[in-house]
Write a protein that binds this ligand. Structure first.
Ligand SMILES: *Cc1c(COP(=O)(O)O)cnc(C)c1O
Length: 414
């Protein structure tokens, strides 16, 4: 069971609302730090483990600085994301560019920063050479397609995915890069998303370790690091269970001993680039009830909308809702919880059991810390909300102001 508790009391959040006005996102710094520490602890057995935070999940420099302090790097896939990582003080190989359909300017920037470049296609070798030059270290993204060797029947449907190189291309690509003078090699994959079953991560590791061995045997290239991508899920529903990170770490350790140590390929550096599980559960969208409406169904209208968190509308995703001060009330009413967009899918919840709602109630939408504010948009003239940080000393800091109408008009000529 995933406990859906709030990290602040009613009095605390009401004081914050007085100062900043809803809607806003608020992140729990201490919880993020503790969470990162448990991920790193799960891999403390490894000769080297690096988590590159997927910046797209929560692209805020204050969050990135916290993560850097905890020892994380950044996984970027655009020029602004590279710049955010740089501004947050992440340098050199603490940054990896895992992009696809990549414009030259991103390769140039990554080279300038000394970031690791993770190529998504064999054709990008020439493109990279022409536009940015060949670096000393290179990584390739593997797409296992329908191969699923090593009993990977539980790995999804990678042959439908646009990412990565086929196995055959991968072997050629490493050989070509060695010819071009690359000295250090990495191997990457990402075949899982929002997964709660830890076995999938162990299967992925097994598949990658087999590949490291194959590359060594066929090309005599010793892979320096393996990056398993992100994809660790979070329990959005209270009845779900968080991924047991210790089991992931221990399962991968066993595979490492059987495949890497046993074949004299130790030490091999390991990496992940999780986003969702790092910040997702520790960010909350705080909103106020503006209206109640009773027609064929009962509606509760918030001052937040899909522009603040679009996962429910986009994926039909469940996000738990707590009504501040009514945590212990019986949940004997059923509502659709809506935003104000002129789109009927602008709903945070459909047929949700909640306590009796009154206008002015404060509703907190859980698990909005990743792909929440980050996916915001301006459709219908909606403005993106502020982001706040709840510090370990209980103070609250504004880490991104709310957009204004002037921001919205800034790119227009009148
Ligand atoms: C989105 C993404 C991640 C992070 O995925 P999470 O599900 O947030 O862990 C990591 N790597 C790449 C290449 C991605 O596209």
């Amino acid at each position: 069971m995933a406990e859906k508790k709030l990290p602040f009391t009613k009095d605390e959040i009401m004081r914050v609302i007085e100062e900043y006005k809803t809607p806003f996102h608020i992140y729990d710094e201490q919880a993020i730090r503790n969470n990162v520490r448990s991920l790193l602890e799960a891999f403390s057995w490894a000769p080297s483990f690096k988590e590159y935070f997927a910046v797209k999940a929560t692209p805020n420099p204050s969050i990135l600085e916290i993560l850097r302090e905890e020892g994380l790097g950044a996984d970027c896939s655009s020029l602004p994301e590279l710049m955010l990582a740089e501004r947050a003080g992440m340098v050199g190989e603490e940054v990896i560019l895992t992009s696809n359909d990549t414009p030259a300017i991103e390769f140039k920037k990554a080279r300038e920063m000394g970031a690791i470049i993770n190529l998504d296609d064999i054709s990008h070798i020439d493109y990279l050479e022409r536009h940015a030059g060949i670096p000393e270290v290179i990584c390739f993204r593997y797409n296992p397609g329908p191969l699923r060797e090593g009993g990977n029947s539980i790995i999804g449907n990678p042959e439908e995915s646009k990412y990565g190189l086929t196995r055959k291309q991968l072997l050629s690509a490493f050989a070509i890069m060695r010819e071009k003078g690359v000295k250090r090699f990495g191997l990457h994959t990402m075949v899982i998303s929002n997964e709660l079953d830890f076995n999938y991560f162990i299967e992925t590791a097994n598949m990658m370790f087999d590949l490291v061995l194959e590359i060594y045997r066929t090309l005599n290239i010793r892979i320096e690091f393996v990056n398993f991508g992100g994809g660790i899920g979070i329990p959005y529903r209270p009845e779900q269970e968080a991924v047991d990170l210790k089991s992931v770490g221990q399962g991968i350790k066993k595979a490492y001993e059987e495949k890497i140590v046993a074949n004299d390929l130790h030490p091999l550096k390991l990496a992940m680039e999780c986003g969702r599980m790092i910040t997702g559960p520790y960010g909350y969208l705080v909103s106020t009830v503006l209206h109640k409406k009773e027609i064929y169904k009962n509606y509760v209208g918030l001052d937040a909308c899909m522009a603040n968190l679009m996962r429910p509308a986009l994926y039909g995703a469940y996000h738990h809702i707590t009504v501040v001060g009514k945590e212990d009330w019986p949940q004997d009413y059923i509502y659709d919880v809506t935003g104000s967009l002129c789109e009927n899918n602008d709903k945070f919840a459909i047929n949700r059991k909640l306590p009796l709602i009154d206008i002015g109630d404060v509703m907190v939408i859980h698990d909005a810390g990743a792909h929440g504010h980050a996916m915001g948009f301006n459709y219908n003239g909606k403005l993106r909300s502020a982001e706040l940080l709840l510090r370990p000393d209980r103070s609250v800091k504004l880490i991104r102001r709310a957009e204004t109408v002037e921001d919205y008009f800034a790119t227009l000529n009148f």
